[in-house]
Design a protein. Sequence first.
Length: 194
Amino acid sequence: MHPQAALSTLDRVIAKYRRDVHQLPTGATPDALTALEGHLSLPLPRGLKDFLSRHNGAHLFRGALRIRCTSDMTIASHAAPKVVLFADGVEGTPPWGWAMDEKGNYVFGLWDNQQLDPLHSTFEGWFCATLSLLETRVSRKEDQESLRFEADSGDVHQLVRAGVRALTRGNPDEARAMLLKATAKDPHQVEGWQ
């Protein structure tokens, strides 16, 4: 997904709704971004860094999604110092986190206080998919999964999840096709084959 996709999607959403639906502060300074990376001992994902440069946090859809400002981002726990919590949904839902593997690849997903459930490889993919869910207000898990996949269909984590869903529905040919696409994007992605 193109790095500017998240900001383009945000611009479209802002233009569509009344001003009181979203709160978007001005961007973080380069010094604040550098300080955050130093505090976390991790480089920020490019898309998230671009977003924070433009808006240092955000409250979207009257608080249904809060992207934390630089001073509110934190590691998930002392047991998981490489998972960074960067966003929150409505009260009672798990926070959103990101992590980076030893090769410099990022993953974005929900943090359940023990592990990060991988949903997207980029901030842009996560952001566009999450905004799509908030705009459509779907509540059924199946519909949410379909919309998330539609918004970020080339993402390796979404391909694996689509493959697993196809297998669960009893469609091994579709599952195989999705898992082969995921493996072609990331040969180390073996979750779906297990």
